[in-house]
Design a protein around this ligand. Structure first.
Ligand SMILES: [Zn+2]
Length: 254
């Protein structure tokens, strides 16, 4: 799969294209994103959809942290293809399940998590593998152990800032003949389409995998400041919850 940086013409196309599939039935698929159902994100389903339409995204995987409701919300309203996913925190780091029907609880072992994804017909994606700046990455020894259970390696995450880590992910995918994906990992509206795959349309997880293998990856890293914004949103949400608890009327005593 080729890695291509968007040209100015590309950016122009991004600004003007509509939400319908591109000519020739090719999708512009952002395969990693978050909504306000994630503890570190405030974006509503409506804003997710509007941001994608503005940037010409015609297929979006919604992959909230340990939640699936945001993906259902976007899927119910979006005029483009939506893949219901979840970025599940396991005991050894994060794993994404795509094409899910049910929520997968966090803090299972990586083996239990991948088994649960596969039981419901989903695909196992390893997000941001080898990203040295991210503590939540799946540990390298778990990736090696699970390699037969992995369907897709995310080789371009717009929130990865070290090119060497992206190259290591691509080399691993190629060495193990795994499909390669890309996603913005958007936690704010302006991040959508930061990375995406241009690929043929599909109707099933198997067709999706085949389409990914002939897709083209596009991306450009977003400013590292987004990590501070995410942290800020997480603490803001926690603080608002704390305030709600403080101001909640108490049941009368006696
Ligand atoms: Zn993510």
């Amino acid at each position: 799969m080729n890695e291509v940086s968007p040209s100015p013409a590309h950016l122009e196309a991004r600004a003007t294209s509509s939400g319908s599939p591109r000519p020739g039935g090719r999708l512009r698929a952002d395969l990693h994103s978050h909504t306000r159902w994630s503890a570190d994100c405030l974006t509503s389903a409506e804003v997710v959809i509007e941001s994608c339409l503005r940037r010409g995204i015609t297929c979006l995987a919604v992959t909230d942290h340990n939640q699936i409701g945001g993906a259902w919300e976007v899927a119910a309203q979006a005029p483009f293809k939506v893949i219901v996913g979840e970025e599940v925190k396991t005991r050894e780091g994060e794993i994404i399940g795509l094409f899910l029907k049910e929520l997968i609880p966090p803090r299972l072992t990586p083996e239990e998590t991948t088994a649960r994804i596969r039981e419901q017909g989903g695909l196992v994606v390893i997000p941001h593998p080898f990203d040295r700046l991210r503590r939540s990455r799946l540990q390298a020894k778990a990736i090696e152990r699970l390699v037969d259970q992995i369907d897709v390696i995310e080789v371009y995450n717009a929130r990865i800032h070290l090119g060497a880590d992206r190259r290591r992910a691509a080399a691993f995918a190629q060495a193990h003949h795994l499909a390669e994906s890309a996603g913005s990992d958007a936690h704010t509206p302006f991040e959508f389409a930061g990375a995406y795959v241009e690929m043929p349309d599909f109707d099933s997880p198997a067709e999706f995998l085949a389409a990914l293998r002939v897709g083209t990856i596009h991306g450009r890293p977003v400013t590292p400041l987004v990590h501070f914004i995410t942290k800020y949103m997480k603490y803001r949400k926690k603080y608002l919850k704390y305030l709600q608890r403080l101001t909640r009327p108490r049941a009368p005593v006696g």
